[in-house]
Design a protein around this ligand. Sequence first.
Ligand code: FAD
Length: 484
Amino acid sequence: MTLETTQTELLVIGAGPAGYVAAIRAGQLDVDVTLVEKDAYGGTCLNHGCIPSKAIISATDIAHDAANAESMGIYADPDIEIPELVSWKDDVVSQLTRGVEKLCKANQVALLEGTATFEDGHTTRISDSGDEHLVEFEHAIVATGSRPLEIPNFSYADEPVLNSRQALALDALPDRLVIVGAGYIGMELATVFAKLGTDVTVVEALEGILPTYESDLVRPVKKRAMDLSIDFRFERTATAWHDHGDGEGIRVETKPAGRADVDADGDDATENDTDTLDADTVLVAVGRTPVSDTLALENAGVETDSRGFITTNSHARTNVDHIFAVGDVAGEPMLAHKGSKEGQVAAEVAAGESARLEYKAIPAAVFTDPEIGTVGLTAAEATDEGLEPLVGEFPLRASGRALTTGTTDGFVRIVADADTGAILGGHIVAPHASELIAELALAVELGATLEDVATTVHTHPTLSEAVMEATEKALGHAIHTLNR
Ligand code: FAD
């Protein structure tokens, strides 16, 4: 049977923040563009990641802050109705996903529902509930994202085992939750569940939380997590779970990291190596893997690296010139805003413009308590690049605004080039660090100097003054902290 075939100039596969942004940008440039999505507009970020997690974090913080404000003369004991909270979160998500669909249509993006697989270098097959047709394209942008990694013996098909998507859709709170993985997703959700009253234990194979961040940046987050009674089991791996039966919950087994079956001497791991944690639910947050294995990429000749990421050049092109890859499927950092930027660049290049990718000013945020925000180089990375770093730091306890919020544990650190004063990086642990980091992302992007930020008048009283003071500290003339 001959399948119906349609043509498009540009086919975008996947409508997450990388794909839908690429499609809208292409529409703006008058490219005939088709966007195919198999699930929901907005992808992981809007439906199962950034937005639902931040909605739940905000709601939880309102209740938790109110319940813990006796020092401010406030006595409250909020009642949290989880089904209502979840339905509010779902409403936020659907407002945004509807908005994405409308924006696409307003930018003349043709929308297709279904799963795309490559037939050859210029054709995809679209399958939607048994219906199949072909789309021929001149250019394609692959934006299929990532999915949660699974670990041995913990299948997401088993009810007490959750991934982050399932954890964000729970309509009742677990009493005792084991979280495997202390990366940003694990730590954000550990904080939420602990604030909602769940007894949380985090199992982490490495020796600390948030291993990609500097240890002093992470310290206030760990301290706060411990104040929230989150229990940590570092340098241990979750190896199995067992049902107690009769609704009595589960037992999660952990072993020393790297010694799941045998220890370093090659002996069988002993009974003593095994630790068990009682729980009713286990959330696995050990990382994500690119969705590149379900696309029949080989039919188009598109190559991936050993981890499954599609390899791209500085124009987001794959090894096949007219096929691009953007977002999580194209590599780290797996962040929505990085994917959106790549999507814009790919759309512009496909439209014949001379855009290219620039990664020096991609910020990252962790929405823990306090938050972490980073951009650019650390001092150690600057040294590795042959630069002489000049560092300025301002502690939050010296910020009037921080005192008025009741949170003073944290700091702003600026890394600059000692030769030129150019700002190379910013590292913040503070309330609203995710917002504060934007100023330093702009500084790094523009090549602004310490002097530029220090001479900019910052609103008083705000946390952003801490950014200004950190630059003044690097220049040796901070006002609200000693210059020694
Ligand atoms: P995705 O958003 O995953 O979208 C890919 C889309 O492609 C999906 O809709 C999928 O259905 C579709 N698709 C896949 N295969 C096909 C196919 N064959 N045919 C058709 N459609 C297909 N990032 C941040 O920057 N900030 C945060 O605060 C943040 N918080 C997060 C919290 C959680 C719990 C999680 C899980 C992630 C979070 N992220 C955050 C990461 C962020 O969600 C991802 O980086 C982002 O969604 C990647 O965008 P993408 O467009 O590359 O892929």
